[in-house]
Design a protein around this ligand. Sequence first.
Ligand code: AMP
Ligand code: MG
Length: 339
Amino acid sequence: MITKLITEKDGEKGLDEAARLLKDGELVAIPTETVYGLAANALDGNAVKNIFVAKGRPQDNPLIVHIAEIDEILPLVKNFDERARALAEAYWPGPLTMILPKSDIIPTEVCAGLDTVAIRMPSHPIAHEIIKKCGFPLAAPSANTSGKPSPTTAAHVMNDMDGKIAAVVDGGSSVGVESTVVTLACPVPRVLRPGGVTPDQLRAVLGEVEIDKAVFKALESGEKVLSPGMKYKHYSPNAHVIIVKGDFDKFASLVAEPRSERTCAVCFDGEEDKISVPAYPYGHADSPEEQARELFDVLRHVDDEKMELAFVRFPSLDGVGMAVYNRLLRAAGFEVIEL
Ligand code: AMP
Ligand code: MG
């Protein structure tokens, strides 16, 4: 299959073509404000099945359904309760995914057999436009090969999906980490995956909110998990990744110890010149937003440079920093050194 790249210069016609392909049951990668999504008609189980094939995604990992207007959620869930409406009004469109009991029109492929469905309204104008033109919701996980870092540019998507999907719509680079996933299908709302909307922002609307323990901890084998995606090693480059907690001088000494030539450092802006191995910065030390935006790009770069070992500076944990740390922990298989 030839994967068509639709760019800004294709204008409105390009978006019409993306919608036509989706109506035909094809897969199209679309930009969102979090990461690129691999979209299919969420109401067509056969189209959705192909997402799992293209990504090599485990069958038991459910997908997020994307809508363009708040009321489009009504036919998709059993009960759009007051808590859900309050959250939607506060943070949609934006990087927040809600899990609610599903209605019967959601095919089992979308929710991997669960009785709940994950829904989000993206703010990216191109995503919004394409959903509008389709007239149906789009199921769209991140547009990477399963297990690899999520794509934040059309080039990343092409690297993973060329020849496997009908088209990629280039919408520039996106802001970084995936959406916050919060489940409302339990008495106390619970964050299953941290993202752009922080726990404090959720608490401002919902009151009490719990953080699932799988956010910062590896699961014991056989342990039951609310969010299937949390089970898998995720977001990882081929290189062995180790997170290092401690001040800069200790970090610089650690990475300078003699070992494989293919060792690198993932550091903060301005530190590159003081490190004796190749060093790739992922934002300023005190900017979780920059770290979120640059993390996946840097992890892909580590592989482009064929590095075997990457020591990564410990991120800031404020605001969206919790999401950055959650993704890094998975990239590192939970390996953290404290100096
Ligand atoms: P992705 O779209 O690849 O960024 O992944 C979507 C995330 O949402 C994964 O971690 C899924 O496990 C999670 N998710 C989607 N639907 C549900 C659901 N119904 N219940 C729990 N987690 C879900
Ligand atoms: Mg993903």
